[in-house]
Design a protein around this ligand. Structure first.
Ligand code: RP5
Length: 167
């Protein structure tokens, strides 16, 4: 667990193999100094753990859940079905179908149980962290400042290097 400020996000994923993608969410939260936990929770291989996790998340202080999964990516949707905390879904780029399977599994939720679905792969993982931070920023002023600084740094770095041929 990253001991950042008091706001808390949890990052879960369907398999250890999803970590290469989901580490980008963790790295982004670290940059924003937001506390997070990381855990493998599989909708298919550990369904009872999924239910326990969802039922105890709120009382453990989790405020936003980022859930990454690939292929038949049922983890974000099932997590959203079991908790009213905001769930942000990250489609992991699968080998067989390049992540289209993951994306469609996560995004096509029935009305009534929302999952905020991000892009496939690294961009989705980074943006899930940033969107989670935006949700928390309504409550935590230090998170709002960290987000503003993050964006300013990003803008400065693009502005400082406008000529792509110079590396
Ligand atoms: C999904 O199956 C996981 O989220 C992962 O993306 C995919 C493959 O899992 P492994 O077979 O690599 O463990 O549940």
């Amino acid at each position: 667990m990253n001991m950042g400020n008091h706001a808390c996000l949890s990052i879960i994923m369907g398999s250890k193999s999803d970590w290469d993608t989901m580490r980008h969410a963790a790295d982004t939260l670290k940059q924003l100094n937001i506390a997070y936990t990381v855990e493998v929770v599989s909708a298919h291989r550990t369904p009872d753990k999924l239910f326990q996790y969802a039922e105890s998340a709120e009382e453990k202080g989790v405020e936003v859940i980022i859930a990454g999964a690939g292929g038949a990516a049922h983890l974000p949707g099932m997590m959203a079905a079991k908790t009213s905390l905001p769930v942000l879904g990250v489609p992991v780029q699968s080998k067989a179908l390049n992540g289209m399977d993951s994306l469609l599994s996560i995004v096509q939720m029935p009305a009534g149980i929302p999952v905020g679905t991000l892009a496939i792969g690294r961009a989705g993982a980074v943006n899930a962290a940033l969107l989670g931070a935006s949700i928390l920023a309504n409550k935590y002023p230090d998170v709002k400042i960290a987000l503003k600084n993050y964006r300013q740094k990003q803008t400065d770095s693009v502005m400082a290097n406008p000529d792509p041929s110079k590396g």
